[in-house]
Design a protein around this ligand. Structure first.
Ligand SMILES: Nc1ncnc2c1ncn2[C@@H]1O[C@H](COP(=O)(O)OP(=O)(O)O)[C@@H](O)[C@H]1O
Ligand SMILES: [Mg+2]
Length: 186
């Protein structure tokens, strides 16, 4: 799996939330100049037990002959943040939910490129029908908010199945992204 961009990590962690059994989740993305880029994903799903959490954070975990294999999403994110002098935390409680937070120090030479945030948000909104996202994006002190509910109000409940509507969604997110302060280069 190639997690070349920070945006790929966001997609991966959001996928975990969509698969957690939760019906909704909160994604927060914050960026400040060339200082830091951070995001958090909170769901209200099945959570991860203490024991399992240790296993999923260890990319080399094996148990006797039977290899218990998890994906690499969480350990790769942990590594990617710490490589920049940033920070990774995961708080999870069985039956209550999970919150993953990541901070990248973007001035560090080892920081991955951010990638395309509007494209990532489109992917996240179209991962699963009837999954409700609340997304807040802040860049250089300016913010926008977009939720599955607000998208459904504009495009209808079935938008994820219509390529035309998904294209409109991407344009909408790009417009909001371009309205944020900083380097939108107009
Ligand atoms: N938000 C979450 N809620 C419940 N379980 C989770 C969550 N995130 C991760 N997990 C558990 O941790 C495992 C490892 O996650 P991850 O490192 O992203 O790899 P992958 O998703 O490819 O399995 C998942 O398979 C799942 O069992
Ligand atoms: Mg994953």
């Amino acid at each position: 799996m190639g997690l070349k961009y920070i945006a790929d990590h966001i997609i991966d962690i959001c996928e975990n939330a969509v698969n957690s059994g939760s019906e909704n989740a909160i994604l927060n993305i914050q960026e400040e100049g060339d200082e830091f880029f951070s995001f958090s994903v909170q769901d209200f799903g099945k959570g991860i037990s203490k024991e399992k959490l240790e296993l999923v954070l260890d990319p080399f975990y094996t148990e006797k002959k039977k290899k218990i294999k998890f994906g690499l999403g969480l350990p790769l994110l942990k590594y990617a943040t710490e490589q920049t002098g940033g920070n990774f935390t995961i708080k999870s409680e069985k039956g209550t939910g999970t919150k993953v937070s990541a901070i990248f120090i973007t001035s560090n030479i080892d920081c991955q490129p951010i990638g395309n945030i509007p494209d990532a948000l489109t992917i996240i909104f179209t991962m699963r029908e009837n999954f409700y996202w609340q997304i807040q994006r802040t860049k250089n002190g300016e913010s926008y908010e977009i939720s599955t509910e607000s998208v459904e109000n504009i495009l209808g409940k079935d938008f994820i199945f219509s390529p035309k509507k998904v294209k409109i969604l991407t344009e909408l997110i790009n417009d909001m992204e371009n309205s944020l302060g900083g380097d939108n280069g107009v």
